[in-house]
Write a protein that binds this ligand. Structure first.
Ligand code: DGL
Length: 281
C-alpha cells in the first residue's frame, strides 16, 4: 500500500467509477467547477461492480483510490453508488488514516440523502439501484439516520446497467424491464412521491423511466446534487480547496482499451474524450 505523506500536496480532483457511469456525474460536476483539474478513472476491465461481493468491491475500490492518490489527487469522489455503498466507510475509517490522513474520499450516497427531504411531501421515497447497492441498504440506513420520518423502499434493477452499456435504451426490450421495475417499486409503496436514481447509469434512462411513472413523482438524478455538494464541500473546507489545482484540465484513465472508452465514454460525458489505459493492483 503506498504511503502518501505530503501534507501540502496539490493536484486534480479524482473521480472514480466502475466504468462509464461516473461520467454522468463528472459531466455535472465540471459545470460549476469548470476551472478545476479532474482525473477520471473507470475500472472498465472489471465492471460491473453491482453484482460483486462486498469484499471484492472494497478491494477494487481501494486499489482505485490508491491509484488516484498516486496520480496526485488530494480529494477523490467515488462516483459509483455500488463502490460508495460498499467500500466508502471502510476506506474512510480503516485505510485513509494509514495512507494519508490529510486526503479525503467522498461518495455519492450522502449528498442525495442530505437533500431528499426537500423533495418529498408524502415522506415515502423510492430508490432504484444495483443489486449491490440495494443489498448494502445504504440508502435506507442513511436516510433513516438523517430523516427518521421518511420511509425508504428499494428496487434492484440488475438489467438496467447492461441496457445502457449495450446502447439498448430506446428499444422494446428496455421498455419491458424498466416498466417491470417501476411497477415493482410502486407496488411495494404506492405513496412514493420521490425516487432517487441510485446508480450512475440510470440518468441515461430517465426519459424512459418517466414514461412509466404516474404524474407527480419526482425523479432525482445525482449529478447535479453531487456537483452542488462538492462545491459546498470545497467552500466549507478551504484547506482542501487550496490543494485542488485549477488548470481546467480533464484527464481520463480506463483499465480497458482506451479507444473503446473514448467512443462509449463520450456518450456518457456528452463531449469527446481522450483516454489512457492503466492497470490496477
Ligand atoms: N457505477 C455503478 C453504480 O453506480 C453501476 C455499474 C456497476 O454495476 O458497476 O452502482
Amino acid at each position: 500500500m503506498p504511503m502518501n505523506t505530503a501534507l501540502s500536496h496539490k493536484g486534480p480532483i479524482g473521480v472514480f467509477d466502475s466504468g462509464y457511469g461516473g461520467l454522468t456525474v463528472l459531466k455535472e460536476i465540471v459545470k460549476p467547477l469548470a476551472n478545476y483539474d479532474f482525473i477520471y478513472l473507470g475500472d472498465n476491465a472489471r465492471t460491473p461492480y453491482g453484482t460483486r461481493s462486498f469484499e471484492v468491491v472494497y478491494q477494487y475500490t481501494l486499489q482505485a483510490v490508491n491509484k488516484l492518490f498516486d496520480l496526485g489527487c488530494p480529494l477523490v469522489i467515488l462516483a459509483c453508488n455500488t463502490a460508495a455503498a460498499k467500500a466508502l466507510r471502510n476506506i474512510q475509517q480503516k485505510n485513509l488514516p494509514n495512507i494519508d490522513a490529510s486526503r479525503r474520499v467522498l461518495g455519492v450516497v450522502r449528498p442525495s440523502v442530505e437533500v431528499v427531504h426537500q423533495y418529498t411531501s408524502t415522506n415515502h421515497v423510492g430508490v432504484f439501484g444495483t443489486n449491490g447497492t440495494v443489498k448494502s441498504a445504504s440508502y435506507p440506513i442513511e436516510i433513516g439516520k438523517l430523516h427518521p420520518q421518511i420511509v425508504t423502499v428499494q428496487e434492484a434493477c440488475p438489467i438496467w446497467v447492461p441496457i445502457v452499456e449495450n446502447d439498448e435504451i430506446d428499444t422494446p426490450g428496455a421498455d419491458y424491464f424498466i416498466e417491470k421495475n417501476v411497477n415493482n417499486l410502486l407496488q411495494k409503496d404506492p405513496e412514493i412521491d420521490t425516487i432517487i436514481l441510485g446508480c450512475t447509469h440510470y440518468p441515461l434512462l430517465a426519459h424512459k423511466i418517466k414514461q412509466f411513472l404516474p404524474e407527480g413523482i419526482t425523479l432525482l438524478s445525482q449529478g447535479e446534487i453531487v456537483a452542488d455538494s462538492l462545491k459546498d464541500y470545497l467552500h466549507r473546507h478551504p484547506e482542501m480547496e487550496a490543494r485542488c489545482t485549477m488548470g481546467g484540465s480533464y484527464t481520463f484513465y480506463t483499465t480497458e482499451q482506451a479507444a473503446t472508452f473514448e467512443e462509449r465514454g463520450s456518450r456518457f460525458f456528452g463531449q469527446p474524450i481522450q483516454a489512457q489505459q492503466i492497470t490496477l493492483s
